[in-house]
Ligand binder design. Structure first.
Ligand SMILES: NC(=O)c1ccc[n+]([C@@H]2O[C@H](COP(=O)([O-])OP(=O)(O)OC[C@H]3O[C@@H](n4cnc5c(N)ncnc54)[C@H](OP(=O)(O)O)[C@@H]3O)[C@@H](O)[C@H]2O)c1
Length: 325
């Protein structure tokens, strides 16, 4: 089968479309014939080993795991002997984030608990946009952010892959949402449900005197003191993204101190945990059209390098899809 492989770290030039062995599913796995995948910042971070600490996990000099691609949507081709919830031909979507990636390929084996039936109203391409970004938004808002209906919620990075899901999930939960993005994305962020929008090129949301019960930050470009200022008493801030290592350490260390000593909580969110319950929760919201994937561009599997180069500009408007079939 064909797959994207990288055997050294670097720019997207290191990505090669190669012929590799088709996987066979283990007892608890499902072999999926992939129709589409989607690109995430995780892919370019692993490809470039950026931050450098990524090398501790994936090889100091060259990548141990040579595959990329966390999100998949496609048809079940084969099932492992212990699989009970899927059969050949089922249309599924899910996640390879915790089990070695490999979504930029024609086939992938996925544990059955990291899959769900594809939302009936979505194409494979649209379903592939969902897993990692929407799980990040959901788990950040709910687990770290402890989101509650009626709250005032601010989403920083509202126009990106994670942010477009965060705006819609926060609205579906019944909150008043403010989305932060640049001028060209103001209309789109309003169109997916944001009650208010802030153009970060004209106004800094941490310095305009407004405060929120919950800030979900998918950019990670503000200091802890800035975020603290924009939070109400007892407010929570979950940070999903980071712009550099200094900011990551500051939010982890200083955010931890603020959270322990004051009434406000600020911290980096944990890496997501893929689970069927959350995928099913998202499927329900998608089928009810409470959330709709925002898709910026489509690239074919042999154009994955171009897709990753585009995502690295940090200007994607929603999700970037890799079409395989
Ligand atoms: N913790 C986890 O498990 C987890 C999982 C997934 C992702 N993440 C992290 O979450 C972050 C976001 O991921 P993503 O998939 O949403 O990335 P993305 O799609 O590449 O984000 C691009 C978006 O960021 C916006 N943006 C860039 N600079 C901004 C700024 N200064 N203020 C507000 N918005 C800005 C851009 O909007 P404009 O063009 O309008 O500027 C663009 O729409 C990444 O750092 C990623 O590594 C964490």
């Amino acid at each position: 089968m064909k797959a994207i492989v990288f055997t050294k770290y670097g720019s997207s030039d290191v990505l090669q479309l190669k012929e590799v062995e088709k996987p066979s599913p283990k007892e608890n796995e499902v072999l999926v014939k992939i129709d589409a995948s989607s690109a995430n910042p995780l892919d370019w971070r692993l490809m470039r080993a950026k931050p450098f600490l990524a090398r501790l996990a994936n090889g100091l000099l060259k990548p141990k795991n040579t595959r990329l691609g966390a999100d998949i949507a496609g048809r079940v081709e084969e099932v492992g002997s212990n699989v009970t919830q899927f059969k050949i031909g089922d249309e599924v979507f899910g996640e390879k984030f915790e089990t070695g990636l490999g979504g930029f390929a024609e086939y992938v084996s996925v544990p059955e608990n990291a899959l769900a039936m594809k939302p009936s109203n979505l194409s494979f391409k649209a379903a592939a946009a969902v897993p990692l970004a929407a799980l990040t938004a959901l788990q950040g808002l709910r687990n770290e952010g402890e989101i509650k209906s009626g709250q005032k919620v601010l989403i920083n990075g509202a126009s990106g892959g994670v942010g477009t899901f965060a705006v819609q999930i926060a609205k579906a939960i019944g909150t008043e949402v403010t989305g932060v993005c640049s001028t060209r994305n103001l209309y789109m962020v309003r169109s997916i449900g944001a009650d208010h929008v802030i153009d970060y090129t004209k106004q800094d949301f941490t310095r305009n005197g407004k405060q929120y019960d919950l800030i979900f930050d998918a950019v990670g470009n503000h200091s802890v003191s800035d975020l603290e200022r924009a939070l109400k008493q007892n407010g929570n801030c979950a940070v999903a993204g980071f712009t550099n290592m200094a900011r990551l350490f500051e939010i982890s260390w200083k955010g931890g101190r603020v959270s322990r000593t004051g009434s406000k909580k600020i911290g980096m969110m944990k890496t997501i945990h893929t689970n069927k319950e959350d995928l099913l929760f998202l499927k329900e919201l998608l089928e009810a059209e409470k959330i709709i994937p925002v898709i910026d561009r489509y690239y074919s599997l042999n154009e994955t390098d171009k897709a990753i180069t585009y995502l690295e500009t940090k200007r994607a408007r929603g999700k970037v899809i890799i079409t395989v079939a």
